[in-house]
Ligand binder design. Sequence first.
Ligand code: TYD
Length: 214
Amino acid sequence: MSLFITFEGPDGSGKSTQIGLVAEYLQQGGYQVYCTREPGGTAIGNQIRAVLHDVDNTAMTSRAEILLYSASRAQLVEQIILPHLAAGHIVLCDRYADSTYAYQGYGRQLDFDTLQAITGFATQNLKPDLTIYLDLEVEKGLQRKVAANTAGQGEWNRMDQLELEFHQRVRQGYLEMARTEPERWLVVDATASVADINRTICRRVEEKINRSNA
Ligand code: TYD
């Protein structure tokens, strides 16, 4: 049984902690799990990630930005995700195509049909079986990120420095996508305890596994 699970959420919502815990939980259940992230996840993708996150790249156009995220995604899907799914593994991915819809679509307000066409091409139309959205108020997310940075952890990227309204549009975009496709999305309150969030996610993952086996 293969399963493709993606994790979305604003910067500072605790995605990576939860991915680690879900991976541990599934491995204990005897599943083969592969964790990856976007942008990046491959040697080529990591080079693209460095270009995307460079705070000095202020001249980057929106079109170039979409194509770079999509190029990293195309490489990751073909080189890593599809082969793991074909081998019957569970793939957990930190961000995926919904980040493009949220940040470039709702955030930058670019044309959705264009984004969908580019994304379909880049992903070979691979869609997640389940998407976990860790929901956090924008101000809280940025506060967490600033605190982590002051403590010398995490990185401050080009998207982080965009204005508050941009991040608010991104959040509303995620919530709207989750509302329109509730069978694929699970929205979790990111201010709950790490253990509670983990329990909620694992319960939904179990449901998905049981339904795929049925
Ligand atoms: P990253 O350093 O991975 O941090 P985190 O996932 O913890 O936020 O940053 C990825 C950034 O790239 C994030 O600000 C969202 C943005 N992004 C897009 O704008 N579009 C995309 O398609 C993807 C995958 C990410």
